[in-house]
Design a protein around this ligand. Structure first.
Ligand SMILES: *[C@@H]1O[C@H](CO)[C@@H](O)[C@H](O)[C@H]1NC(C)=O
Ligand SMILES: *[C@@H]1O[C@H](CO)[C@@H](O)[C@H](O)[C@H]1NC(C)=O
Length: 285
């Protein structure tokens, strides 16, 4: 009697869970979102935990849907479409389809949900990370900013990893923001190239600089992240100037000593030879 009851409960339980699975149905991919940094472009989504898989396909303008190379039947909730977006200045849209965990049977595609993304143009909308740069004093009232060209996630047909400058060409500029230590007034200047001289600084003062990539041709996301701040120390620059002077002095003194030694040696040799020859010529007599 007891065992029959257990079996009955078990049967009920199986029926109930089967019914719940059918009622829930395959989970949809929700909150589709583009995340793009330095042209590495990833589509992310959220979903209910399940055994289902997801396939991402994309299209641009009126082109046909294509499946993302790394995005076929994935269990993760994100997919990297960087390699698929070969022409980066193009507007793409994508969809995420839910698929059964196994493909052992023919399933009806229509039964499985798919969700569409918003449009995304990597060239116009990818975020740009903070750049690295150095600042060096040229003289007491000017410095040179030297910016390092950032590498992007884009490779050309020969497999070379392209830099921001390679990708954006003349669309890429840099914003340089600086202020005198202790003052609140900031000045902004724009540079077209990786190096920029900043002139008319107050001698002996410390200045702090920040740099960000800047793309004026864009409608939104014109500016990359600000770099960390680099400051000059007014005093140390004077010390550096002094030490350069000191080095010049030391080299000058060393050269003088060397010239004196050479002159003395040459003179001595001449004296010695003259003495020798006079001795030799007098010897036969
Ligand atoms: C760019 O960065 C901003 C700020 O962090 C973020 O809100 C936005 O979603 C990012 N856009 C992309 C396409 O990654
Ligand atoms: C800028 O820095 C790079 C390395 O960081 C160096 O190779 C280059 O010569 C520097 N350019 C200038 C103008 O200082």
């Amino acid at each position: 009697m007891g065992s029959l009851e257990t079996e009955w409960k078990l049967f009920l339980g199986v029926c109930l869970s089967a019914w719940m699975i059918t009622a829930d149905g395959p989970p949809t991919a929700d909150n589709l979102k583009w995340v793009s940094l330095d042209f590495k472009t990833i589509l992310t989504w959220t979903t209910q935990p399940s055994d289902y898989k997801y396939t991402v396909s994309y299209a641009s303008d009126d082109s046909d849907w294509e499946e993302g190379e790394n995005c076929i039947r994935v269990s993760e909730t994100e997919c990297d479409l960087t390699k698929d977006f070969r022409i980066i200045d193009r507007t793409y849209h994508a969809q995420v389809k839910t698929e059964p965990a196994t493909t052992d049977y023919d399933y009806d595609h229509e039964e499985f949900p798919h969700t569409y993304s918003t449009n995304f143009n990597p060239y116009k909308e990818s975020n740009i990370s903070a750049v690295n740069f150095t600042v060096k004093a040229i003289d007491e009232s000017s410095v040179i900013i030297n910016i390092t060209d950032t590498l992007t996630a884009i490779h050309n047909s020969r497999g070379k990893q392209l830099s921001l400058r390679d990708v954006l060409r003349n669309d890429l500029k840099y914003k340089i923001s600086y202020y005198k230590s202790g003052s609140t007034g900031k000045r902004d200047i724009t540079s077209d190239s990786l190096t920029k001289e900043v002139l008319n600084l107050e001698p002996g003062q410390s200045y702090c600089f920040m740099v960000a990539a800047f793309i004026p041709s864009r409608a939104t996301v014109q500016q990359g992240a600000w770099s960390i701040q680099q400051c000059t120390t007014g005093d140390i620059e004077i010390l550096q100037a002094l030490s350069i002077g000191a080095w010049v002095g030391i080299i000058f003194i060393l050269l003088t000593i060397l010239i004196i030694i050479i002159t003395v040696t040459v003179l001595c040799c001449k004296c010695w030879r003259q003495k020798n020859t006079s001795q030799q010529s007098s010897a036969p007599i």
